[in-house]
Design a protein around this ligand. Structure first.
Ligand code: GDP
Ligand code: ZN
Length: 373
């Protein structure tokens, strides 16, 4: 069956997808003439759409998990935005390995499983989209910021739906307080509003991801940016290769501006994954104050000589911001404990296997009449 994506026949050169000299050097080092580089555009249940392969607009590929090197960083499965090396046989495309992830947007998998899930790989800039309506929540912005910083991309806060609020100057002030040094732009994605500030963020050759709660206007913004070319750039949007609709999804698109956009949707939870550095950067003010606490391991919850609580009392720090910080710290500790428990039960299992095979070997030798030395 023909892939509907192929009907548009738009092919992308690697350069249009963000390929550069360093990537080429990386591939030259691997030196495998029968492997071809391409970029993952969509990932759905173990199937991956690969863009940039000569002669096709997009190809669906499978992936033999064992061949993905762990040096790709974090989850060994391909993610949208990853650069992959694929082997092409007549009708099949198989992902053989991933190139190094320079940056990523990763969360803890939703639910009880303690595993990372890479939402987008190799992203230069992440637009944290929020709306001035019910979605507006400073604590959530802090969580997103920590995740973006931890993954090595540049965060920009985009406050959408400004047409609905008379209060936007106050809201921007609040955002700038919780995100010092981070660019905050306001926009309204409604038809007759100017989106030039958002357009300016999507520079030629740059990979830009849009994240944020459902309903804040990400699709509307992307549709406006893509204009009439939207249909041509990606007709398989929100559908997998069998044409079924999917809920949580990410998708990479090449914009008319030459930027590479990664749209994300359906991320209900954003659990932190190895985000200590990102949290530290997001809350640099609190961590700076904590240097002056009497105890080095002060938890800022009633210890004597706590500089952070002094800041709360004299009004230079907001109690809610501190609570948000402590909550993220506890969450990271909890995830770490569970990950450690998993790792050690993994090694226990390995030891059991080793012991079992040692017993089998012993029995075998006995059966053969061999003596233990
Ligand atoms: P997504 O879930 O983040 O992709 O959000 P959508 O793009 O689907 O937008 C959710 C709803 O908000 C839709 O009904 C949009 O028409 C509406 N919307 C998007 N941007 C704006 C805006 O700037 N102003 C207003 N008033 N509504 C908007
Ligand atoms: Zn303290």
């Amino acid at each position: 069956m023909k892939d509907p994506a192929e009907q548009s026949h738009q092919q992308f050169h690697l350069a249009q997808l963000g390929w550069d000299k360093t990537r080429q050097a990386e591939v030259d080092q691997i030196a495998t003439p029968d492997l071809h580089p391409g970029r993952i555009g969509v990932a759905v249940r173990g199937r991956y759409q690969v863009l940039g392969l000569a002669g096709t607009r997009a190809q669906w590929a499978s992936c033999r998990k064992s061949v993905i090197p762990s040096d790709a960083g974090l989850s060994p499965f391909p993610a949208v935005g990853d650069w992959a090396l694929v082997r092409r046989d007549r009708d099949t495309v198989v992902i053989e390995r991933l190139l190094i992830r320079r940056s990523f947007f990763v969360r803890k998998t939703a639910g009880r499983v303690t595993q990372p899930q890479v939402i987008a790989a190799n992203v230069d800039r992440v637009l944290i989209v929020t709306a001035v309506d019910r979605d507006f929540n400073l604590r959530r912005i802090e969580r997103y910021l920590a995740t973006v910083w931890a993954g090595g991309a540049e965060p920009v806060i985009v406050m959408n739906k400004t047409d609905l609020s008379h209060d936007r100057v106050r809201l921007v002030g609040e955002l700038e307080n919780v995100a010092p040094g981070v660019r905050v732009i306001m926009c309204s994605a409604q038809d007759d509003h100017d989106l030039s500030q958002v357009v300016a963020l999507c520079e030629l050759g740059m990979t830009v991801a849009l994240v944020g709660s459902s309903g804040v206007g990400k699709s509307t913004i992307i549709n406006r940016l893509a204009g009439a070319e939207r249909q041509a750039t990606n007709p398989v949007r929100a559908r997998d290769h069998r044409g079924r609709h999917t809920t949580a999804r990410q998708e990479l698109m090449v914009m008319p501006s030459g930027a590479i956009l990664i749209d994300t949707a359906g991320l209900r939870e954003l659990g932190l994954w190895e985000a200590e550095e990102g949290v530290g950067r997001t809350f640099a003010d609190i961590e700076g104050m904590a240097q002056r606490c009497r105890f080095r391991d002060c938890r800022h919850t009633g210890e004597p000589g706590c500089a952070v609580e002094t800041a709360i009392r004299n009004g230079s720090l907001d109690q809610e911001r501190l609570d948000g910080y402590l909550r993220l710290q506890r969450e990271m500790e909890h995830t770490k404990l569970r990950a450690d428990a998993r790792a050690s039960s993994g090694s226990k299992k390995r030891w059991k296997e080793i012991a079992k095979s040692a017993r089998q070997l012993y029995r075998l030798r006995k059966d053969l009449g061999m003596k233990e030395k």
